[in-house]
Design a protein around this ligand. Structure first.
Ligand code: FRU
Length: 475
């Protein structure tokens, strides 16, 4: 069967060359999905950022359409940073952060950096026709550091709202909400703050509604690692809010503790933060609602500044991927958001791979596992290197020896035992969905080259293994 010759994925978006990070500008117009991403085509180590773009009609065949926005105005000269996409009539509006580093002896946190909110407009969705600067540092409240970025815009009751991620001068992460009647002129409304300090910076905020619940998603930086939480360098997660923070009449969680919380704050309870993904490689997710009404989330399979940033794919001239698009649903009973791959992915199934009683399979290069466990005790070993272990309510994902390229173990303390799993195994990535998407573990995984793929399953797991067809990526 297939041996691994290259780490190029067959089921995940990668940079055509060079480096990729956050998903940006996600939207659908006239049936076509637009998936933009933070892009540095010239080096797999990352450099000046632009927005690259893929389009797809079905999440199965993708076309790379080039660099959509490059740094070409003074207000984004040091990077077209992250932002969102909004369909307006027949146009796509992209709100993003223009990064500017001033010349001089600056720390670039409190001084010397411009973070501008810029609107790019496009009539064909493939070329950005013009850019207009909407907000600069002077428009942010005075207690803000220079780190204010990653606008996400949404419409509610005929008004537009923008959430921006920020770091205060006192190094507290927060979100700012702006509003606009016309999409061009924006007014500061309020902060979203935590009662206790929860990291120094909140990146890539998102605020959306799922089954009448309001979900605030963000990527906090600066949380201390714990045994079962915050195990990556930086996290991303969500809180389910009882009310609408953009409605100035609601007050938020009342137990204000931290100094510096302004009266204009909607205060959230940081204890309600739930991580989106418990694997090694997941950050900066963004959601959008598609034309079918599905709320879809895509994340970056990478962590900024992680000390294990030396993936072997660098030797092939590229680094990082985006996750599969995931449909979000709100589970009222558990009060959580479930994530499951969009149903289109099932079209990739191409027959069942036979396995024996000892859990040995003659594996293709890419495959899917779907199975059930009555007791919640089992182990799956991928390619003698990645060990997924379910031990009643404790689940772990562990790399053997140096096969994790610096990554070692991630653990989950579950609210119940593992009942079912679905695993999508790409050439160099694994996404593990546990208990109908209650928990997800996403990780890059680089089995040794020229090895035949292997799977070893022990314990109580009744599995079906499907061969998968490759997605199509036209470059
Ligand atoms: C998150 C992030 C964003 C920023 C972008 C720059 O990974 O740091 O906050 O806009 O990446 O590439």
């Amino acid at each position: 069967m297939d041996k691994i010759k290259s780490y190029i994925p067959k089921l995940h978006i990668m940079p055509p060359t060079g480096w990729l990070n956050d998903p940006n500008g996600l939207c659908q117009l006239g049936g076509l999905y637009h998936i933009f991403f933070q892009y540095s085509p010239d080096t797999p180590l990352g450099a000046l950022k632009s927005w690259g773009q893929y389009i797809t009609k079905d999440f199965l065949t993708y076309e790379y359409t080039g660099e959509y926005m490059k740094p070409d105005i003074p207000e984004d000269k040091d990077g077209v940073y992250s932002g969102c996409g909004l369909v307006h009539g027949n146009e796509i509006y992209t709100y993003y952060t223009g990064n500017v580093k001033m010349e001089g002896d600056y720390d670039y946190v409190y001084k010397g950096r411009g973070h501008n909110v810029i609107l790019g407009r496009s009539r064909d969705g493939i070329h950005c026709d013009d850019k207009k600067v909407l907000l600069t540092n002077n428009d942010y409240p005075s207690n803000m550091s220079c780190h204010v970025r990653d606008p996400k815009v949404f419409k509610q009751d005929d008004k537009y709202y923008m959430v921006l991620g920020a770091r205060t001068n006192e190094d507290a992460g927060c979100v700012m909400i702006y509003s606009s009647e016309d999409m061009f002129n924006w007014e500061f409304e309020r902060f979203v703050d935590s009662a206790d300090r929860f990291g120094f910076m909140w990146e890539c905020p998102d605020l959306f509604t799922l089954a009448d619940k309001h979900i605030l998603s963000f990527s906090p930086q600066g949380l201390d690692a714990e045994e079962y939480r915050y195990q990556n360098l930086f996290q991303s997660g969500y809180m389910v809010l009882d009310d609408k923070p953009w409605d100035m009449n609601c007050k938020g969680f009342s137990d204000r503790k931290r100094e510096g919380i302004s009266p204009a704050s909607y205060v959230v309870d940081e204890n309600k933060f739930t991580e989106w993904d418990m694997g090694f490689d997941f950050y900066a997710p963004q959601s959008f609602v598609d034309e079918k009404g599905r709320t879809i989330l895509i994340g970056w399979m990478g962590i900024p500044g992680a000390d294990y940033d030396h993936d072997p794919s660098i030797e092939e001239g590229w680094q990082h991927m985006l996750t599969l698009p995931r449909v979000l649903t709100y589970d009222n009973t558990l009060g959580i958001v479930r994530q499951n791959p969009v149903e289109e992915i099932q079209n990739l199934r191409d027959g069942v791979v036979a396995g024996d009683m000892d859990g040995n399979y003659d594996l293709p290069g890419i495959y899917e596992l779907a199975g059930k466990s009555a007791t919640g005790f089992f182990e799956i070993i991928f390619d003698s290197s990645l060990v997924f272990k379910a031990d009643d309510r404790e689940v772990s994902l562990k790399f053997a020896g140096d096969t994790g390229y610096g990554r070692s173990i991630r653990k989950i303390k579950m609210s119940c035992k593992v009942q079912n799993i679905r695993i999508i195994s790409d050439v160099s990535a694994v996404e593990i969905y546990i208990n109908d998407g209650q928990y997800v573990m996403t990780t890059k995984h680089y089995p040794k080259k020229d090895m035949k793929r292997e799977l070893k399953i022990t314990g109580d797991m009744d599995l079906t293994c499907y061969k998968l067809k490759s997605m199509v990526f036209k470059k």
